[in-house]
Design a binder for this molecule. Structure first.
Ligand SMILES: Cc1ncc(C[n+]2csc(CCOP(=O)(O)OP(=O)(O)O)c2C)c(N)n1
Length: 326
């Protein structure tokens, strides 16, 4: 039996359930977008579930995350409510941001989700702010900062890593290398392979992680979180992963081959964990079926909630745009 299954079988079953829920959320969002029910753009997380779920299961409710334009998976993994997320995608007032943010800026500060972000490379700078605030409040919380390999070429990410390193802040930088920044392969955007040296430049431990294996992401994150909590400063994890859909919904993905997609799908994070747990006998076919049905019902409910909710009133258009209290 694999070591992880012996050590934490319940957590792995929970992670499987959560990955299935994220995939169902994203699959339904894809259909809703195609059916023209959602205003705005959506960028889906299908294929990358092991990163968000593995990383977020290594932190607690009082910890923080920052996210990207591809943030639905991070939000669900941090415990956000699919009803309010779906309502936000529909532009309804019951959504997390009153229907004004759409997919790319869903936030729930009370749950430690400091926001999805349409600005590539902005999340890590917010994470440094969160890290500084944690330090000043003498809390032992940590902040995980998710960003793509495209963002790794942004100055803001380097400034954030440098400052977090200098100040020994409790931040874990998690680069999700899903191989493409929009339509550009990672190799055409970066002169180095693998990014391990990027963290070393800023003096932080860096680990290359198989982002298709939830156990690997969870264990690497748990180690980095432990370091951050005990005052030893930031770390960088580089998770190799793949997005199955295009950069955005509707992207014809002419820049990659079907064979490449199939190769990654052969290592699907959900299917492989399912097989591992079934083989070990810690879950059975009925359990998995219940997880799948539960996810479909839960997301159906979220869609119904969103459809039935009302659009925000016109006169509230400027509410929540600027801070009212400083
Ligand atoms: C500062 C900034 N520059 C450019 C863009 C346009 N843009 C949106 S997503 C994207 C690619 C991001 O790639 P990556 O960081 O690897 O994330 P992924 O989409 O692969 O998850 C770009 C260039 C933007 N939103 N913000």
């Amino acid at each position: 039996m694999p070591e992880a299954v012996e050590e934490y079988p319940e957590l792995l079953a929970e992670q499987l359930k959560e990955m299935i829920l994220i995939r169902e959320f994203e699959t339904q969002v894809s259909s809703l977008f195609e059916a023209n029910e959602l205003p705005g753009f959506v960028h889906l997380y299908i294929g990358q579930e092991a990163v968000g779920v593995g990383a977020c299961s290594a932190i607690d409710d009082e910890d923080y995350i920052t996210s990207t334009h591809r943030g639905h998976g991070h939000a669900i993994a941090k415990g956000l409510d699919p009803d309010r997320m779906m309502a936000e995608l529909f532009g309804k007032e019951t959504g997390y941001c009153g229907g004004k943010s759409g997919s790319m800026h869903i936030a729930d500060v009370d749950k430690g989700m400091l926001g999805a972000n349409g600005i590539v490379g902005a999340g890590p700078t917010l994470a440094v702010g969160a890290g500084l605030s944690i330090r000043q409040r003498q809390s032992d919380a940590v902040c995980l900062s998710f960003f793509g390999e495209g963002a790794m070429a942004e100055g803001s990410v380097h400034e954030a890593m440098n400052l977090a390193g200098v100040l020994d802040l409790p931040v874990v930088f998690i680069c999700e290398n899903n191989q493409y920044g929009e339509m550009t392969p990672a190799a055409n955007q970066h002169h180095v392979d693998g990014f391990a040296t990027r963290g070393e430049t800023y003096g932080m431990p860096t680990e290359m992680v198989d982002g298709m294996v939830v156990q690997d992401v969870y264990e690497a994150t748990a180690e980095a979180v432990e370091r951050a909590r005990s005052g030893d400063g930031p770390s960088l994890l580089v998770c190799e992963t793949y997005r199955y859909h295009g950069h955005y919904e509707g992207d014809p993905t002419r820049y990659r081959t079907d064979e490449e997609l199939e190769q990654w799908q052969a290592r699907d994070p959900i299917e492989s964990l399912e097989t591992t747990l079934l083989d070990a006998g810690t879950v059975d076919e009925d359990n998995v079926e219940a997880m799948r049905e539960g996810a479909t019902d839960r997301i159906d409910e979220a869609v119904e909630f969103a459809r039935e909710s009302t659009f925000p009133a016109e006169e509230t258009a400027f509410e929540g745009v600027y801070t009212e209290e400083l």
